[in-house]
Design a protein around this ligand. Structure first.
Ligand code: ATP
Length: 460
């Protein structure tokens, strides 16, 4: 084992977890350094709890390997792993007082009484609950109960503390206070924290490293600053903070076109005339009364006072920008916008159109997505031949009435791109279909999906 590996306390290697047909984790790899505060962040259902439970040992991996402190523990039962877990629901014993809740595990281990007392007192001090030893846990507030739950987990001196949305049940004020306390506690204890949350602000506040997940896969691993400033794809950009996410074309190195306007940027190596996703944070757009400095000119559509700043939407041509600024402009005012090259973030597009595996049925029909579609005659490809089928995002038709579609699906991810929505529709054939539309759909909407013959490109 080399020095580098020695530094990792947790190594998750190519781990997948299946529940029947459902893939909860898809080939996930993650390395956590000793003493790090790592947060696993993602929307509901992305697999973050599953990943934590696999490390804790409450669930078994379907594929892959997990090592803790260099030791393969994939088959090791939870109580034999050097980890402890704090859950969202405090899971305290209601019939035991604070002291006995914390001492419970140590008593099971038959530790001498005096030593238990010393450890319990130490743990209570750590969570700021020194005078609460003999209180009934039922008489404590949510925040205090969660502190006791944390004390109970750290009293065993685990090498790793796993925390599954531990603050989710607390009100906002208490959550903010506890965040600061957890950060302090992490410093004082010097042990590794792996924290699960769906709250991006919490992740940015607490972590050394954030792991952003979506649909069972890791999208990005990085420091809070990296993740915020340099999101690797539009999912991360959309999920972390607020963003303007737009289609652009990289004209050449350091020059991008968005909204029919050329902007200098700092990115290189994308090639020439390559479609890209462009992210501009609302706080990076300068807004002012129109002048020669304006890169874009637009009209204010809405304005909300947010305490420290104003949040405004500005329509430039047919693109809508979200702007946050100390200056206030009224609805209807014509304004100029400017963004510095460094604040334009360019991301490779994951795809530029839908691509499906298909099979020719005859000259005018092709099979893909589990259906037979009519297509423009292609006499040169024989029946039965496997082909690639391409369909542009804006050529997929979605229908309210599922029965009107050639196949059906569910809208599951909506990205606003300034002048249209980019949707991911999970088809009932288990394949994603990507759609650009001006229609407003909601997450979870059931839809019919139709593709016209003229929209189908067959690639031999
Ligand atoms: P949440 O924040 O809502 O808890 P999560 O990101 O923690 O979401 P997981 O609980 O890890 O997500 O679940 C990931 C996926 O696996 C979900 O689609 C979930 O329905 C599924 N899943 C989790 N546990 C089971 C199980 N025991 N049986 C079947 N499916 C499961």
């Amino acid at each position: 084992m080399n020095m580098q590996e020695d530094n990792y306390i947790i190594e998750v290697s190519s781990v997948s977890k299946f529940f029947g047909d459902k893939t909860a984790l898809d080939n996930v790899s993650l390395q956590v350094k000793k003493g790090e505060f790592v947060t696993i962040l993602g929307p509901s259902g992305c697999g973050k709890t599953t990943l934590l439970r696999l490390v804790a040992g409450f669930q078994s991996v379907s594929k892959g390997e997990i090592r803790i402190s260099g030791k393969e523990i994939t088959q090791t039962p939870p109580h034999k792993r050097p980890v402890n877990t704090v859950f969202q629901k405090y899971a305290l014993f209601p019939h035991l007082n604070v002291y006995d809740n914390i001492a419970f595990g140590l008593k099971l281990k038959k530790m001498p009484k005096q030593e238990i007392e010393k450890k319990v007192k130490g743990a209570l001090k750590m969570v700021g609950m020194t005078d609460y030893e003999f209180r009934d846990v039922d008489s404590l507030s949510g925040g205090q109960q969660q502190r006791v739950a944390i004390a109970r987990a750290i009293v065993n001196e685990p090498e790793v503390l796993l925390l599954d949305e531990p603050l989710a049940a607390l009100d906002l004020k208490m959550r903010k206070d506890m965040q600061m306390e957890l950060k302090e506690m992490h410093k004082r204890l010097g042990i590794t924290f792996v924290y699960v949350t769906h709250d991006q602000e919490e992740a940015l506040t607490l972590s050394d490293t954030i792991v952003v997940m979506s649909e069972g896969k890791i999208q990005q691993i990085g420091t809070p600053i990296d993740i915020y400033n340099e999101p690797t794809n539009s999912f991360v950009a959309d999920f972390i903070g607020e963003s303007n996410i737009l289609n652009g074309v990289m004209l050449k190195d350091k020059l991008v076109r968005i909204c029919d306007t050329e902007f200098e940027c700092v990115d290189e190596g994308f090639g020439e005339n390559v479609p890209v996703d462009v992210v501009i944070r609302p706080e990076d757009l300068y807004i002012f009364a129109v002048s020669d400095a304006a890169q874009l000119v637009g009209v204010v559509q809405s304005t909300i006072f947010k305490g420290v700043h104003n949040e405004m939407t500005v329509l430039c041509g047919d693109y809508e920008f979200l702007v946050q600024d100390y200056h206030h402009f009224d609805v209807g005012e014509t304004v100029g916008l400017l963004v510095k090259p460094l604040d334009i973030h360019i991301m490779k597009k994951e795809r530029v159109c839908n691509t499906f595996d298909g099979k020719m049925v005859d000259d005018t029909h092709v099979e893909f997505l589990g259906c037979t579609f009519e297509c423009i005659p292609t006499s040169s490809i024989e029946a039965g031949r496997g082909v690639k089928v391409e369909v542009d995002f804006d050529q997929v038709i979605l229908q309210d009435n599922e029965e009107d579609g050639m196949l059906t699906g569910e809208v599951k991810f909506i990205l606003y791109k300034g002048n249209h929505y980019h949707l991911t529709v999970f088809s009932d054939w288990d394949e994603d279909v990507y759609v650009d539309t001006n229609d407003v759909w909601d997450d979870g909407d059931r839809v019919g999906i139709t593709i016209l013959p003229t929209s189908i490109r067959i690639i031999n």
